[in-house]
Structures are given as structure tokens and as C-alpha cells.
Design a protein around this ligand. Structure first.
Ligand code: MF3
Ligand code: CO
Length: 248
């Protein structure tokens, strides 16, 4: 079932989104060689608590942390850890913020110190693919138009699109219908309507799109060990076009 949101409800999600975006802006200043992702996770807990917001991922299907911290070949759902980030790494921090019962979801990949040209290309193309997807999120288009825009651009840049994890509608629940794949043919799938709120969250890989899950049951890595990046926004579909609720 698709749950459309009223402008008032979207306004509430925007408030959650503003806190989330602000949190990412702070994280951006913390990321450097030597910092641990557990320190970042603890910072996020404090940051949200001070603002009366809740880290929705913590306890979700048993997930143990406020954030996911996915380093290098980890695609998503990495556990924050005590291992310091190293110069040249890339790390994706993903979180879902609840404020007053309404959610916003945003992931961002960050370079640690000086990164390789190949890693920078991965970050640049993944971020641009998110915005190309968002451009397609207009009333009357279909989900497949978003998917196709992302896949065709990613593949034209010699990157692969993860299949196993997809975007989703969001509201009072983290995962609502419909799903938003980042691959697939245009002009297919659910037609976009005013009041839908969705995430678009492409995960692009340098090598194969295939993944494997670690023994912890969460950490998703590329099969070939090559690196992966992800950028995610929550956006509302309005008659005036897509409105990003998590813009930094
Ligand atoms: N924020 C992510 C998403 O887009 C991941 C949630 S998984 C969790 O759905 F279990 F950690 F919450
Ligand atoms: Co999401």
C-alpha cells in the first residue's frame, strides 16, 4: 500500500531532514585519518538527543547502532568500529532520524584525507547519479525513470549498480512501498504522485555489483573487494517538482 503524505506531514519530515542534514555537515568536519566510526556514531547519538530526535536505525530489526559506517569495499550496513580511518579511505555514513514520529533518511560518502583518482571518480559519479535520479522524480513519471537515469549514467562511467539494496518510500515507517531500484528499464513501475515521499540511494561499485554478507549478518561487501560508494536523499514529490528534505 502506498501512503501519500499531506503538506503538513511533509513539513514534519523536513524538520527531521534538517536535523539529519545538519548532522552530516558536522560529520564532514570530523572525518579525517585517525578518527573512528564509533566516535562518529557516538557523536550522532548525542547530536540527535540534544535536539529531541531519535536514531531510528538503532534496534531496527536488531541493528545495534545509530549509524551505518561502510568503509571502502563495504556497500552498506557496516558496523561502526574502533578501527581508525586511514588516509585514502572512503566511508559512507547512513542514518535515519525520527522527530515527532516522522522520519528522514540520508547517507553520504566521505573521502578520508587524500584519496585516489579512482576513488574520487567513484564518489563524483555516485553523487551525480543521485541527482540525475532526483530530476526524474516528477509527477507523472514512473519509478523506472529514476532507476534508468541512475543506471545508464553509472554504466556510462564504467561503474556498476548494486541490485540487492534499493530505495523506498518513507514516512512514519522506515520502509514503505514502493521500492525504488537504482537499475532497470524506463517507463515501468509505479507512477509518481503528488504526496509520495521516497529515498533515492544509489550504491555504485568500481567492480562487480554482486555482494556478500559478513558473519555479523549485516555488513554487505562487494564480492571482488573493489570499492563502493553511496549517496542518499529523502525527497517529496510535489506538483512543483521534487523537494529534497535532507539537503545539506
Ligand atoms: N538507512 C538505510 C536505508 O536506507 C539502512 C537501514 S538498515 C538499518 O534503509 F537496519 F540499519 F536500519
Ligand atoms: Co534508505
Amino acid at each position: 500500500m502506498i501512503i501519500l503524505k499531506t503538506p503538513e506531514q511533509i513539513e514534519k519530515m523536513k524538520k527531521a531532514g534538517e536535523i539529519l542534514a545538519d548532522c552530516h555537515r558536522h560529520i564532514a568536519t570530523m572525518i579525517k585519518p585517525g578518527v573512528t566510526t564509533l566516535e562518529i556514531d557516538q557523536f550522532v547519538e548525542g547530536f540527535l538527543a540534544e535536539r529531541g530526535a531519535h536514531p531510528e536505525q538503532k534496534g531496527y530489526h536488531g541493528y545495534p547502532f545509530a549509524t551505518c559506517a561502510s568503509v571502502n569495499d563495504v556497500i552498506c550496513h557496516g558496523f561502526p568500529s574502533n578501527e581508525p580511518l586511514k588516509d585514502g579511505d572512503i566511508v559512507t555514513i547512513d542514518m535515519v532520524v525520527k522527530l515527532d514520529g516522522w522520519l528522514a533518511d540520508s547517507a553520504w560518502s566521505y573521502p578520508v584525507g587524500n584519496i585516489s583518482e579512482e576513488a574520487q571518480h567513484l564518489l563524483d559519479v555516485t553523487k551525480k547519479s543521485l541527482y540525475l535520479g532526483i530530476e526524474q522524480a516528477v509527477v507523472g513519471n514512473r519509478i523506472g525513470d529514476i532507476s534508468h537515469a541512475i543506471q545508464s549514467y553509472a554504466e556510462s562511467e564504467n561503474l556498476s549498480v548494486v541490485r540487492h539494496f534499493v530505495g523506498h518510500a518513507i514516512g512514519e515507517n522506515m520502509h514503505e512501498e514502493p521500492q525504488v531500484p537504482h537499475y532497470g528499464p524506463p517507463h515501468r513501475g509505479t507512477r509518481l504522485k503528488e504526496g509520495m515521499v521516497i529515498t533515492i540511494e544509489p550504491m555504485l561499485n568500481i567492480g562487480t555489483y554482486k555482494c556478500k554478507i559478513d558473519a555479523d549478518g549485516w555488513t554487505a561487501r562487494t564480492m571482488d573487494g573493489k570499492w563502493s560508494a553511496q549517496y542518499e536523499h529523502t525527497l517529496a514529490i510535489t506538483k512543483d517538482g521534487p523537494v529534497i528534505l535532507t539537503e545539506q
